[in-house]
Design a protein around this ligand. Structure first.
Ligand code: GLU
Length: 550
């Protein structure tokens, strides 16, 4: 009896690997095309780090006319949740990331290198495990959990490296006859890889991000097929990335230390190994301590957070590129109006240690991104967000024509307004433009330099009586505010005031502030001329009356 008999005993149905090698041929892509993937487990939580990885993978594939695929790694069935795949697909889609191949729902995929869900690939893994057994490179292991525990305790007590290797690999030398006998007796087993490695030898690895790294060889006889017949991550990685013809494995750097094992698996399976790029996690500054963004502690670790807050996907993507490549910022400065699709991302410019996530910076990017939107785009996005998260805003936005006028204020010019960083800012920023909100609420009036009731009333009255004309253009409008100021003894020019402060009570800017505060309840608003245009005479009058009552 030989290895072939053992292999047949364990996997009698498994196909010859030649079948799969032919079914999933080398891809016919142009030189330099990157085939890469995002390979999450469907745990129901999509981490911002996963989005970061996908964005990088998607971009590199697009830049090189390669392929980006979504593979679902669901071999750990304990961790699974309902609709976990849909969540992932939807999250990527929300950020405009569309895989070329891979799962598109819980059960369906697109592309000819599938299935793209590991639990649907059981026979494939078994064929390759069988192939290894046939060559004496894998074997059944009959050790019980109790035996393995006992072994671990012994290793711990003796302060010996833990694991199933060397003399500790008890089942490694069981004869074929004995193994077959045990199987026929109904003994439980799993399948282990027979590692040819030696711990005292080193391997050199070149990582596309981390650079050159040395590791001891792997000598662990890791499990490749579990008791449920499904593969472990390591084995599935080798088989899948080979058969999907992945050229670049881009993944989190928690896998860097598994590289020796993975290279060994590729080698023993007779596969060409892919290139590896290990991405450092996104970090957070927590009271001066740099730590990973944590699913448990940081709401911003979940991609759903950005949706809830209404941070535009364009801003998130742009910000992630910012932390991916430090030269992005310069590129953006030189190419203000280009789409991020035109930025050439480079793996070797990624930081080796984790980049810091800075919410303030992200919101700043959000402001710039939204400032470039048309009023119509702002409206559509704000409405979409409001439908999911803010009924009151949804209501406010029902009058589209009026909303477009508000969003149109200071938009489309050289220095567009930058007051909205996220859709959840919109309500606060437009509410005061609605009479039914503004006039019915108890208003605070934060007047500044001019704050005597008598002076304020005078300014408001005189303005409406002698100076306001809705047909004025902006220059006429402003000239009239100067005249108003002059007629009440305020300086018509700030310059004049500064030259002789004792001659005046205040200046034209202070008079403008009175108008602004009476109109909006705020000291800071977009252009007041445009605001008055949008409000119209009747509303302005009502607002001044209300202000005078205070
Ligand atoms: N399923 C693995 C994870 O969730 C994928 C790692 C890889 O990309 O190979 O981390």
């Amino acid at each position: 009896m030989d290895y072939k008999d053992l292999a047949n005993k364990i996997f009698p149905e498994a196909k010859d690997i030649a079948y799969y090698e032919e079914k999933y041929p080398e891809r016919n892509l142009k030189e330099g095309a990157i085939v890469t993937r995002f390979a999450p487990s469907p745990t129901g939580f999509v981490h911002i780090g996963g989005l970061y990885q996908s964005l990088i993978a998607r971009k590199l594939a697009s830049q090189t006319e390669g392929v980006f695929l979504l593979r679902i790694e669901d071999t750990d069935q304990k961790r699974e949740v309902e609709n976990g795949i849909t969540d992932i697909v939807q999250s990527l889609d929300n950020f405009g990331i569309e895989p070329d191949e891979g799962m598109i729902s819980e059960t369906e995929g697109k592309g000819i290198y599938g299935p793209y869900r590991q639990s649907m690939r059981k026979e494939i893994y078994q064929s390759y495990a069988k192939y290894l057994i046939e060559q004496g490179k894998a074997y059944p292991c009959f050790c019980t959990p109790e035996e393995l525990d006992e072994m671990r305790t012994k290793q711990e007590n003796a302060k010996i490296r833990p694991g199933y290797y060397g003399v500790w690999a008890k089942c490694r030398n069981i004869t074929v006859e004995e193994a077959i006998h045990k199987i026929e007796n109904g003994e439980k087993y799993i399948v282990r890889f027979k590692s040819p490695g030696r711990e005292d030898r080193k391997i050199k690895h070149h990582d596309m991000i981390k650079g050159n790294v040395d590791f001891p060889e792997n000598d662990q006889d890791i499990v490749i097929i579990k008791a449920d017949g499904l593969p472990t991550y390591h084995f599935a990685h080798a088989v899948d990335d080979h058969l999907m013809r992945t050229t670049h494995v881009i993944r989190g750097d928690e896998w860097l230390s598994s590289v020796p094992l993975h290279l060994q698996l590729f080698h023993e399976l007779g596969f060409k190994a892919p290139k590896y790029a290990h991405i450092a996690p996104i970090m957070k500054n927590d009271n001066g301590n740099k730590r990973k963004l944590s699913k448990r502690k940081d709401p911003e670790a979940a991609v759903s957070y950005y949706d809830e807050m209404g941070i535009p996907k364009e801003a998130v993507n742009e910000y992630l590129l910012n932390i991916a490549n430090s030269n992005f910022e310069n590129w953006r400065r030189a190419n203000k109006d280009k789409s991020i699709d035109e930025f050439e991302l480079q793996l070797n410019k990624m930081s080796v240690s984790g980049a810091l996530f800075d919410m303030v910076k992200l919101l700043d990017v959000g402001k710039t991104v939204i400032s470039k939107f048309t009023a119509e785009e702002v409206y559509e996005n704000a409405l979409k967000w409001a439908k999911g998260y803010d009924k009151e805003l949804e209501e406010i936005l029902q009058d589209k024509e009026y909303a477009l006028k508000i969003f149109g204020i200071e938009r489309g010019n050289k220095k567009p307004r930058k007051d909205i960083a996220k859709w959840s800012d919109v309500k606060e920023n437009i509410e005061y433009m609605y009479d039914d909100k503004f006039l019915t609420k108890e208003q605070e009036y934060p007047y500044q330099v001019i704050n005597e009731k008598e002076d304020i009333d005078k300014i408001l009255d005189l303005y409406m009586k002698n100076y306001y004309d809705e047909n004025d253009d902006k220059q006429q409008w402003f000239d009239k505010i100067k005249e108003l100021a002059g007629s009440l003894g305020y300086a018509k020019e700030v310059k004049e005031y500064k030259a002789n402060p004792d001659n005046y009570k205040a200046h034209v800017g202070d008079v403008s502030t009175v108008l602004r505060v009476a109109l909006t309840g705020r000291t800071n608003t977009p252009d007041m001329y445009e605001i008055m245009q949008v409000l119209g005479k009747e509303s302005i009058e009502k607002r001044f009356e209300l202000a005078k009552k205070k």
